[in-house]
Design a protein around this ligand. Structure first.
Ligand SMILES: Cc1cc2nc3c(=O)[nH]c(=O)nc-3n(C[C@H](O)[C@H](O)[C@H](O)COP(=O)(O)OP(=O)(O)OC[C@H]3O[C@@H](n4cnc5c(N)ncnc54)[C@H](O)[C@@H]3O)c2cc1C
Length: 365
């Protein structure tokens, strides 16, 4: 395999991990990402949950995704000597009797045997938490410390002199005979991992991104002593050390800003108060917000531009970046470096096959 030059744009989870894997594959990589622009990965809980949503459905491709995610985060831990990946029990609370019935049905389904554990009868969970309709264990859950992952990988590329902390100006990307040039840099390939920033990208902004705002709170509660687990009661409560918890997350497709809102904090606190016994006082320590790069069909945007085959996109991780990114990066690199076909479900060709999209020629020169 020959060494090629790559510019990766966007230093969130997708860009950092992809740049690292490219470098491991012996490629020459420059990572360009602004730490000043909105970033979903910095505010995410990094929760990996195999059974999600109102219908309590096993997450898309979970069986393939999780082993690879766990192995990747473990590899990073070993390489950089940090703790990133935290397997943790997850307890989901039923909201009403229909939930409890649905859960019983899932438990009888052999497809769910590896992800659903024992039910917890009403009254047998932690006293501080309301459980009128009972709860159940979800197996194979975890959380990944995404802010730490960004920190170590950005530092790694910075130490190599191959991280530029700046905004990428799309109009400055020029096409020469066989290569692309960007300011002083020359590259064979450009890979855009811009999260919701892709809406300003003239080559890929025709893809149907439907950003969804999310907010989380960091809470302190000195009196709340819960067994170590994620508690999911409409929102999830993720315990850290020292009686600190992360409570998340809201989901709002109408607000395109990435600033924390009073309404978001209110929604989260109301939810916590309906679940945690009132004798426990919750103090808000931090309030975060960000925009998830969610897609219209809930599948990622991966592949190459229909007209410029050396411009690529790796985006659309939605609300499940922590579980999706490692395995999807593996598939993307097999496509890019070894010429393997992309799965039709993730390939952006699903949007171009019937009607190829034009490019904004002003921006591409
Ligand atoms: C509140 C909230 C909670 C979440 N909780 C979870 C969770 O528990 N589990 C989970 O798996 N997922 C969660 N997610 C989703 C997760 O954050 C995303 O799936 C994932 O982080 C997306 O990573 P990304 O790298 O594609 O995008 P981002 O993290 O947004 O990174 C894109 C980067 O590109 C940069 N960029 C964009 N344009 C440019 C440009 N022109 N020049 C330079 N840089 C640019 C941005 O600055 C940014 O750093 C959550 C999201 C939110 C908002």
């Amino acid at each position: 395999m020959s060494t090629q030059k790559y510019i990766v744009v966007g230093a969130g989870l997708a860009g950092c991990l992809l740049a690292w894997r490219l470098e491991q594959a012996g490629q020459h990589v420059t990572l360009i990402g602004s730490t000043q622009l909105p970033n979903a990965s910095e505010v995410a809980g990094g929760v990996i949950n195999p059974v999600t949503g109102r219908w309590m459905i096993k997450t898309w491709n979970f069986d393939a995704l999780i082993p690879h995610a766990a192995a990747t985060y473990r590899e990073l831990e070993q390489t950089f000597g940090v703790k990133l990946y935290h397997p943790i029990p997850l307890i989901r609370y039923c909201q009403h009797s229909v939930d409890a019935k649905r859960m019983g049905k899932r438990m009888r389904n052999p497809r769910y045997a590896d992800v659903l554990g024992d039910p917890i009868p009403v009254g047998e969970g932690p006293e501080a938490l309301e459980d009128t309709h009972g709860s159940f264990h979800i197996k194979q859950a975890a959380y990944t410390d995404l802010p730490k992952l960004l920190q170590i990988l950005r530092q790694h590329f910075s130490d190599n002199g191959s991280f530029l902390d700046e905004t990428f100006i799309h109009a400055d990307l020029q096409k020469d005979a066989h290569r692309w040039s960007y300011h002083q840099l020359q590259a064979d390939h450009i890979i855009f991992c811009e999260g919701v920033g892709m809406q300003s990208n003239p080559w890929f902004n025709w893809l149907p991104l439907t950003p969804a705002k999310g907010e989380t709170l960091i809470l302190k509660c000195d009196t709340l002593d819960l067994p170590h687990a994620i508690y999911h009661h409409r929102k999830w409560l993720l315990p850290y050390d020292d009686h600190t918890y992360r409570l998340g997350a809201t989901f709002d497709s109408d607000d395109a800003t990435s600033e924390p809102t009073e309404a978001g904090a209110h929604e989260l606190l109301e939810s916590a108060r309906s679940f945690i016994s009132p004798q426990h006082t919750l103090t808000v320590k931090q309030h975060y917000a960000g925009l998830r790069p969610t897609t219209k069909d809930f599948r990622p945007f991966i592949g190459s531009h229909p007209v410029e085959p050396k411009l690529h996109i790796f985006n659309g991780l939605g609300s499940k970046g922590a579980s999706l990114a490692p395995e999807l990066i593996r598939q993307f690199l097999a496509y890019l470096l070894d010429g393997e076909p992309l799965d039709a479900e993730i390939d952006i060709a699903r949007y171009t096959d019937s009607s190829p999209k034009p490019i904004d020629t002003d921006a591409t020169h």
